[in-house]
Design a protein around this ligand. Structure first.
Ligand code: SF4
Ligand code: SF4
Length: 303
C-alpha cells in the first residue's frame, strides 16, 4: 500500500500542478452518458471512440493488474490562451503552440512511475495521455480534480480548463483515495454555449463533434456539412475563452509548457506562404503536425 501523500508529493516534483487518486473501479454513470452520446452519432468522424467502451470506463479491464488510477493535471495557460483580436483570421488553439503535450506528459508520467518504483519496486504501471483506452476526464472527476463543464471539458477550480491530463494506472492500492468531485459548479452559466461559433455545445455536458471546429480542423474531415471555422485554423479555444473559471486562473508555471510560437503575430498571408520545410522547422515539435501544413492552409478562409 502506497501513501497517497507520497504520490502527490512526487507528482508535484515532476511538474504536475494537481494529482488525484481513484480506485480502478468502473464508472457506470459516465459510461451510460457516453453510450447515449455515441448512440446519437455525435462523435461524428471520431469513430475510434466507438471502440472498447467497456474498457474506457473500467480501468481494471485495461490491465488485470490495475488497482489504482493516478490522475495528474498540469496547466498550460499562456497569454495566447486569452484569445485573439476579432479580426484575426489565423487562430491556433493555445495548447498547440507548445511542444506536443503527449510527449511531455508521457515523460513526466514515466518519471513519476520511476520514482514510485524506486520506493515500491514491485509496483507496475502504464501511462496514458489523451488516450482512447481510458476515459480520462471521467477518472479525473472520480479522483476529485474537478467537474465536467457544459463545454464537455474538465474544469478544475484552481486552474480552469487550460489543463492537460495524464494518468498512471498502477498495480497497487494507496492508503487513502480521493473523494469524487460530485457537484457541477457551472450553475446557471451558459457562456460557452452562447460563445460557441457553430452551436456545437448541446446539453448533457457533451459536444457535437460533427460541428466542433477543433474536430473539423484536426481530425478526418467530414465534408457533408460545411461550417464557418470563425478564423480558427487549428483547434478552437472559444468555449474556453468564455468560461469564467479561466478568467482568474494563473498562467502555467511549468516551463515545459512555454509557447514555442506566437500565432497572434502571424498573418493569413504568412501561413499561406509557408512551405513544408519551413513549417517543419518552425512547428515540427508542436501538435500542429497532426493536421499538417496542407490541412492548416486549407482551413484558412480569407476575410
Ligand atoms: S472547441 Fe470551439 S467549436 Fe468546439 S465546442 Fe468549443 S467553442 Fe464550439
Ligand atoms: S462557460 Fe459556464 S457553463 Fe460553460 S463550462 Fe464554463 S462555467 Fe460551465
Amino acid at each position: 500500500m502506497i501513501p497517497t501523500e507520497s504520490i502527490k508529493k512526487w507528482a508535484t516534483a515532476v511538474g504536475f500542478d494537481l494529482c488525484g487518486i481513484a480506485p480502478a473501479d468502473p464508472l457506470p454513470q459516465a459510461e451510460q452518458a457516453f453510450r447515449a452520446w455515441i448512440a446519437r452519432g455525435a462523435q461524428g468522424p471520431l469513430d475510434y471512440l466507438t471502440r472498447h467502451t467497456e474498457k474506457r470506463f473500467h480501468a481494471a479491464r485495461l490491465d488485470d493488474q490495475a488497482r489504482t488510477v493516478i490522475v495528474c493535471a498540469v496547466s498550460y495557460k499562456s497569454p495566447i490562451s486569452a484569445g485573439y483580436p476579432p479580426e484575426h483570421r489565423a487562430k491556433i488553439a493555445s495548447y498547440a503552440c507548445n511542444r506536443d503535450y503527449h510527449i511531455t506528459i508521457k515523460e513526466m508520467l514515466h518519471q513519476l512511475l520511476q520514482t514510485i518504483r524506486e520506493h515500491y519496486p514491485t509496483v507496475t504501471g502504464r501511462a496514458f495521455v489523451d488516450a482512447v483506452p481510458l476515459a480520462e476526464k471521467s477518472y479525473a472527476v472520480a479522483a476529485g480534480l474537478g467537474w465536467i463543464g457544459r463545454n464537455s471539458l474538465l474544469i478544475t477550480p484552481q486552474y480552469g480548463t487550460f489543463v492537460h491530463l495524464g494518468e498512471l494506472v498502477i498495480s497497487d492500492v494507496v492508503d487513502t483515495y480521493d473523494q469524487p468531485f460530485t457537484e457541477s459548479r457551472c450553475g446557471s452559466c451558459r457562456a460557452c454555449i452562447d460563445h460557441c461559433p457553430t452551436g456545437a455545445i448541446g446539453g448533457e455536458r457533451m459536444i457535437d463533434a460533427r460541428r466542433c471546429i477543433a474536430c473539423r480542423t484536426i481530425e478526418r474531415a467530414d465534408s457533408s456539412d460545411e461550417i464557418d471555422l470563425d478564423g480558427w485554423i487549428f483547434g478552437c479555444d472559444s468555449c474556453q475563452h468564455a468560461c469564467p473559471y479561466n478568467q482568474h486562473a494563473p498562467l502555467h508555471r511549468n516551463s515545459a509548457f512555454d509557447p514555442l510560437v506566437d500565432p497572434r503575430r502571424m498573418t493569413v498571408e504568412e501561413w499561406l506562404s509557408l512551405d513544408e520545410e519551413q513549417f517543419q522547422a518552425r512547428f515540427g515539435t508542436t501538435p500542429m503536425t497532426r493536421a499538417g501544413l496542407q490541412r492548416i492552409q486549407a482551413s484558412i478562409t480569407k476575410p
